[in-house]
Design a protein around this ligand. Structure first.
Ligand SMILES: *[C@@H]1O[C@H](CO)[C@@H](O)[C@H](O)[C@H]1NC(C)=O
Length: 322
């Protein structure tokens, strides 16, 4: 009996999940998926978005931001196998933290360049950005941290999808994802819209919003998204455009906002014994906010808690928003 019960339960969970999202019978503006926006049309796509120059400093050994440790734990990257960097882009003095597992198939410079394509206003609200290797290409975000899992190369659309989840959670302001509230659901179901972006967008409201966000990134930075046949979702486009305008517009000028750093861990007894976790080392890893005059540091800890659903898979927490 056991397997049958499990099968029925599985089907139940799936149909409930399917109901709580865009209508499954909606059309798809991009039947083959949004990856087409990476190359775009006429030789211009998300890949042609500019990336600022940057400098990087590697953190001292033994120290690891907590969110990087959690994706490492979930995907089999030992905590001591991470390289952690401060990456300072030319458009903002506040460095970003990038954690790369040594098994990642994406070279550090490529991660830094791809991440740099995210317009500054959105990029500065990312707390940590991690890359670990696994099969395929996917990602997660909890509202401040972005985890790329797998060899996602030549796919800025995946980066923008994850940043879309992050901004969606931040807009929820501690009440969960904004896209799961009535306002966005009404835009999808109570207007003349008859389609969503693609099949992936039918996974749920959050994926629906994140995919529309990829289209808005294209629209604001590459070429009008209306160059594609997207009129069947014009209400979603105009609402998402309004929501993401500040975050995704190019040339936002000076950076005035950044996210507060989270906890930094000393990752092994060996590291501690070797003196790699001393107070002075922690100081080298910490962002001293007072050094950045005119930048407001936003604490997202409470907001993130609400958007972080963790499935326990083999005892390790796996973030659930993909
Ligand atoms: C990283 O950047 C912060 C902020 O500028 C700085 O305090 C810290 O010393 C830097 N760490 C390294 C390893 O350069």
């Amino acid at each position: 009996m056991q397997p049958i019960i499990v099968a029925i339960l599985g089907a139940l969970i799936r149909s409930v999940a399917a109901q709580d999202g865009p209508p499954q019978d909606f059309g798809e503006a991009f039947p083959s998926g949004l990856a087409v926006l990476n190359d775009g049309q006429n030789g211009r796509g998300l890949k042609s978005m500019p990336t600022p120059s940057y400098t990087s400093q590697r953190w001292p050994g033994g120290l690891l931001p907590e969110p990087c440790a959690s994706i490492g734990d979930a995907y089999g990257c030992p905590r001591t196998d991470f390289e952690v960097y401060n990456v300072t882009y030319s458009d903002c003095p506040v460095p970003k933290t990038i954690c790369r597992c040594s098994n990642s198939l994406i070279p550090f410079d490529e991660i830094a360049e791809e991440f740099g394509r995210i317009p500054m206003a959105a990029r500065q609200m990312v707390r940590t950005f991690s890359s670990v290797q696994t099969g395929g290409c996917g990602g997660f975000s909890n509202g401040a941290d972005i985890w790329l899992v797998g060899a996602c190369r030549g796919s800025p659309s995946v980066y923008f999808h994850e940043v879309g989840h992050m901004l969606d959670c931040q807009r929820g302001g501690g009440r969960g994802f904004w896209s799961e509230m009535q306002e966005w659901k009404n835009v999808v179901t109570q207007t003349s819209d008859t389609c969503v972006s693609d099949n992936y967008a039918k996974n749920g409201w959050a994926d629906n919003f994140a995919q529309t966000g990829v289209m808005i990134a294209y629209d604001l930075n590459v070429a009008p998204i209306t160059d594609y046949p997207v009129s069947c979702m014009s209400n979603q486009i105009s609402k998402a455009r309004e929501v993401l305008l500040g975050a995704y517009s190019p040339d936002q000028g000076r950076c005035t906002q950044s996210v507060k750093q989270g906890r930094v861990l000393c990752v092994s007894d060996e590291a501690r014994a070797a003196g790699l976790c001393s107070e002075s080392q922690f100081k080298v890893a910490a962002i001293q906010e007072s050094k950045f005059k005119g930048v407001e540091f936003v604490d997202l800890e409470a907001v993130i808690q609400v958007c972080t659903g963790f499935k326990r898979r083999r005892g390790v927490p796996v973030p659930f928003v993909a």
